[in-house]
Design a protein around this ligand. Structure first.
Ligand SMILES: Nc1ncnc2c1ncn2[C@@H]1O[C@H](COP(=O)(O)OP(=O)(O)OP(=O)(O)O)[C@@H](O)[C@H]1O
Ligand SMILES: [Mg+2]
Length: 869
């Protein structure tokens, strides 16, 4: 952007300094210009009220409001504009599109977006901007918050009410004052809240885009949190028939920011309507035009050539270079200053010319980020805002800061300016400024810290050794809670991991409490996102358990013991799992805590099932299920929200249903399954719902009900996919593949077997291994359905070995029976098949899992009643 003041300097540079600097004889035009400058010719004065012909004032990058100043007339970029315009036209036809505009800093991404935006606006579209903040100090979904807010402002309350009715309600989560975070984020179910949010924003935009087409510019996504990118993908891929296009500006991968960039690039390559527009430097011809337009005088081709060689055609570099050389020449009165090699060097030299008071103000401002709140800046500097007027004016004149949007807000004219200032501030001074910023923020937002949680954590963390580690940990915990409430899991995990690194070591019980608080939350979050068996989950759990024994609350105990127990069950260590369940019982008695009691019976029950003591399992699970029903009905005090995965209120009846199924008591099993489904619904607990689908899937496998197995697994998979529960999604594959293979249809066996194999691969890759016996059994039956008895036999043998090795007895009758059939079909001696049949019977009688002896429902009924009689 052009500032009025320094422009004359730039012109002078073009007139003489630049040409001389670049070792060129000044061209006649430049000489003429130089002469004009020396005469202070009014022709060089900044244009007054001369609207730039093709570019009305651009929307401010922050809020979609109008900012001061107009961009340079666009030079070149015809193909890039065309590519974006084509995407926009596709969007207008009702297919949402996304275009990533990619390139190095200063190359012209924002300028291109402005151009496309301006054309779309001229055609009647609404242009809305949302920007990511640098330095990790922005809250999750920052650009989307700005978009939703800007739309709420521009469309007014009636449109907002229409757009946020029904499915669109989730958008209000991003709109403070319109319900904000309280817009229904049930504590027990962050996953549901995420769907609510994603679907909400999508529906909200669908309605508003139908009223008036929308071009969204999401800026600087190289600084985006992962969830911002996910939400972007969700909106573009799910918005139905909406004239909506998202322009995503992102820098080329740089160290430290490459991940976010990669995510954006992957997103546009995945989307059928995604597009990538790569920006490189302007051509020498365009450099000539650009330099001429900045200098407002024709520029010689040879000057342009050299300028191009120096800057690779980066427009920001060119503009700053021209300006610097002008300034220096004006100061030094001579032209023989060295030409800096990089845009950073240019900026460093420009900034070096500013007075020391101004530099001090700018250093502090740079620490606060690209956007600067003047009140906060004044607080950090220990000065009054009025005191800052003069330096801020000087900064504006130097083209370093400009006012942005709301009163009291300043913005660096370009991200690079702020970055260079920050790099030029010594590390100790920077840390001290961050510590000050944290203090001032805490004082200014004392009643509402959650509002600035991410920023506060950022400053505390950046203060490092200069700051207070305990306050830093607390700030990170708060930021994690805010992120979790926004369903931004990756962001929450980032804050918690940072918190853990900051816990003061050797600080006695205070430190232990802090560490425990972080670990409990980290373990729960990691198991939610990565699954129970993941290595980091196990590490968190181990450490949390040591600490919880020293300083834990009942909820923390429940959370750690429950998590540790499931991890143990998962890797087949039933002794360890049993110990955790017993410990839950002891703690339950000590604290007289019903949730712990329920978890204890539940845990014992599951361990019993897995080790083949089915009658004992039934007894424990019945106690657990009765407690669950009481707790759900509020008969025993309420349910305290604890960060657990499969919620005992859901999974106790779910497991009981599975056990009753093994015992052949289908009606009772169905009733328990219904209790579990109701609990999952009323808790709004997506993870539990998927886990229940897995249990139900297996119940149907063992009862030989392929269609039901497919149905429940389909539901489970869909939920797991939308929530990002990768491990659980794989859990659903076993019953699903089995059901597919056995419900027939051409190709069904192939697909089904492939699904089961995919699940096996996931299970085998887990650290510590996971139980694969049932999956191999499912594979055996799937292959048998296609008459591939030899392969089925192999799978059956591996299943038997896996189950035996882990002591998972209850499912053995099914495997023996399947093996007997494979042996008969492959022409093995009848004796071998008979042996397996006998084993099946013997195990079933010992464990009680008689339903596994018969396939059809009628046969099962028969067995159940025979034994019952
Ligand atoms: N094609 C162009 N024609 C005219 N001016 C341009 C062109 N491209 C960029 N500029 C100007 O160059 C400067 C830098 O461009 P811009 O801010 O768009 O870069 P950017 O790629 O968005 O950088 P960053 O990654 O740091 O955000 C701006 O002043 C812009 O107006
Ligand atoms: Mg930009």
């Amino acid at each position: 952007m052009r500032g009025a003041g320094p422009r004359a300097g730039g012109v002078r540079a073009g007139a003489g300094g630049l040409a001389e600097e670049l070792g060129i004889d000044p061209s006649p035009q430049l000489q003429r210009l130089h002469a004009l400058v020396l005469r202070q010719d009014p022709a060089l004065d900044p244009p007054v009220d001369r609207p730039s012909p093709s570019t009305p004032p651009p929307p401010s990058p922050v809020s979609g409001q109008v900012a001061a100043g107009a961009p340079d007339a666009l030079v070149g970029r015809a193909a890039e504009v065309d590519a974006c315009t084509a995407a926009w036209r596709t969007a207008l036809s009702g297919r949402p599109t996304a275009v990533a505009v990619v390139g190095e800093a200063g190359i012209g991404k924002t300028r291109l977006a402005e151009e496309v935006g301006q054309r779309a606006s001229a055609g009647g579209a609404e242009l809305v901007w949302g920007r990511c903040l640098d330095g990790g100090g922005s809250a999750a979904y920052a650009p989307w918050r700005q978009v939703v807010q800007a739309l709420a402002d521009s469309r007014g309350p009636e449109s907002v009410a229409r757009a946020s009715a029904g499915r669109g309600a989730g958008a209000l989560v991003l709109l403070p004052g319109a319900g904000g975070a309280s817009a229904a984020v049930p504590a027990a179910s962050p996953e549901v809240a995420r769907t609510h949010l994603f679907e909400g924003v999508t529906a909200f935009l669908e309605v508003l885009a139908a009223e008036r087409p929308l071009l969204l510019v999401l800026e600087d996504l190289h600084w985006a949190d992962p969830e911002t990118v996910q939400l972007t993908e969700h909106v573009v891929s799910r918005a139905a028939r909406a004239p909506l296009c998202a322009l995503l500006t992102v820098r080329d991968p740089e160290p430290g920011a490459a991940e976010a960039t990669d995510r954006v690039l992957e997103l546009v390559s995945r989307l059928p309507t995604g597009e990538r527009v790569q920006l490189v430097g302007l051509s020498p011809d365009d450099v000539q035009r650009y330099a001429a337009s900045r200098l407002e005088v024709a520029v010689d081709a040879s000057v342009a050539q050299r300028l191009h060689a120096r800057t690779n055609g980066n427009p920001f570099f060119i503009a700053e270079l021209v300006r610097l050389l002008g300034e220096e020449r004006a100061v030094a009165g001579r032209a023989d200053v060295e030409v800096p090699r990089s845009v950073h060097a240019v900026l460093e030299r420009r900034l070096a010319h500013l007075g020391s008071d101004l530099r001090a103000v700018l250093s502090a401002a740079a620490v606060l980020g690209r956007d600067v709140d003047v009140r906060l800046l004044a607080g950090v500097l220990g000065r009054s805002p009025l005191d800052l007027l003069e330096p801020l004016d000087a900064a504006a004149t130097a083209g370093v800061l400009r006012s942005a949007g709301a009163a009291g807000q300043q913005q660096f004219t370009h991200a690079l300016v702020q970055e260079v200032l920050l790099a030029a501030t010594g590390p100790m001074r920077r840390a001290a400024l961050h510590a000050r910023a944290a203090d001032v923020l805490e004082a200014q937002y004392a009643g509402d810290l959650a509002r600035v949680a991410a920023r506060l954590a950022h400053h505390h963390v950046a203060a490092g050794a200069v700051g207070d580690p305990e306050r830093a940990v607390r700030a990170c915990l708060l930021a994690a809670s805010t992120a979790l409430a926004d369903t931004a899991y990756a962001d929450a995990e980032r804050h918690l991991t940072t918190a853990l690194e900051l816990v003061p070591s050797g600080g006695g019980s205070r430190s232990s409490e802090l560490e425990l608080e972080v670990r409990v939350r980290l373990a729960a979050l990691a198991s939610l996102v990565h699954g129970y068996g993941a290595a980091d989950v196990l590490a968190q759990q181990r450490r949390a358990q040591q600490l919880v024994a020293l300083v834990g609350t009942p909820e923390q105990r429940l959370s750690t013991l429950w998590g540790a127990m499931w991890s143990a069950i998962f890797r087949g260590d039933f002794t360890a799992a049993d110990e955790q369940a017993d410990e839950m019982g002891r703690v339950a008695e000590r604290w007289q805590d019903d949730q712990l009691r329920l978890a204890h019976h539940h845990g014992k029950g599951v361990v019993h099932v897995q080790t083949g003591r089915i009658a004992a399992a039934r007894a424990e699970l019945e106690l657990a299920t009765a407690l669950a029903a009481d707790l759900a009905a509020g008969r025993r005090g309420g349910v305290t929200p604890v960060e657990l995965l499969e919620h005992p209120l859901v999974s106790a009846p779910g497991w009981l249903a599975l056990v009753l199924g093994l015992l052949g008591e289908d009606d009772a099993a169905d009733a328990c399954a219904e209790q579990a489904r109701t609990a999952a619904r009323s808790l709004g607990h997506a993870y539990s719902a998927v886990f229940l689908a897995v249990l139900e899937g297996w119940r149907h496998v063992f009862a030989d009900r392929p269609r039901e197995a497919v149905r429940v697994s389909d539901e489970g998979r869909e939920t797991a996919r939308t929530q990002g529960f990768q491990q659980l999604e794989a859990f659903c594959l076993g019953p699903h593949g089995w059901g597919l293979a056995r419900s027939g249809g051409p190709g069904a066996v192939e697909t089904g077997a492939a699904e089961i194999r995919a699940a096996l691969e996931v299970f085998e890759s887990l650290p510590g291994g996971a139980s694969t016996g049932n999956l191999l059994f499912a594979l055996c039956e799937a292959l048998g359905a296609a008459g591939r008895w030899e392969e089925a036999l192999q799978a059956g043998r591996r299943s038997l070995a896996a189950l035996t090795e882990r002591g998972e007895e209850p499912y053995l009758p099914a495997v023996h029976r399947a093996l007997a059939e494979c042996l008969r079909r492959t022409g093995a001696p009848a004796r071998e098949a008979a042996e397996h049949e006998a084993l099946a019977r013997a195990v079933a009688e010992r464990t009680g899992a008689v339903a596994l002896l018969r396939r059809s429902a009628t046969e099962r009924q028969g067995v159940g009643s025979t034994l019952g009689a």
